[in-house]
Design a protein around this ligand. Structure first.
Ligand SMILES: [Zn+2]
Length: 144
């Protein structure tokens, strides 16, 4: 009787390992581990490269609002050099967000001129107090 390796055209000496139910379980565990690791690496990548995350989100929002992107790439270091390493509005050194002074949904560009480092609470306040109005005015003018 021919061996399974010969029947399948697998070179002699290589063994075909059949999947048992226990190895199927370990494959599931393995793929979960690989997925966890991939998710962790993604999180670390975006944490190390916030400017890429900002740019990615900007492009997503342009697509969502059917706007043509206006983008001049910059890094977090460029932003800090231009506007300081603190919230532009309140001075909190714990800033972690990017604010588009003219909101993206109101046609705001993604460049150092229009972007500022801000803390989460200032970003929310600005949205409530001015962004919404700017977006509404932009849409009224037929922006998008
Ligand atoms: Zn602030």
């Amino acid at each position: 009787m021919e061996s399974l390796s010969t029947l399948c055209g697998v070179p002699q000496g290589l063994e075909i390992v059949r999947e048992s139910s226990s190895s199927a379980t370990s494959n599931t565990l393995l793929s979960e581990l690989v997925e966890d690791r991939r998710a962790r690496l993604n999180r670390e990548y975006w944490a190390r490269n916030p400017h890429r995350r900002w740019r990615h989100r900007y492009l997503q929002r342009c697509k969502k609002y059917a706007l043509v992107p206006t983008l001049v790439p910059f890094t977090k270091e460029d932003l800090v050099d231009a506007w300081g390493d603190r919230c532009f509005d309140c001075g909190d050194p714990d800033w972690d967000q990017l604010d588009h002074r003219t909101p993206v949904a109101a046609g705001g560009s993604h460049d150092l001129e229009n972007c500022r480092p801000v803390c989460a609470s200032c970003n929310r306040r600005k949205y409530r107090e001015s962004d919404r109005l700017m977006i509404a005015a932009f849409r009224k003018e037929g922006g998008s």
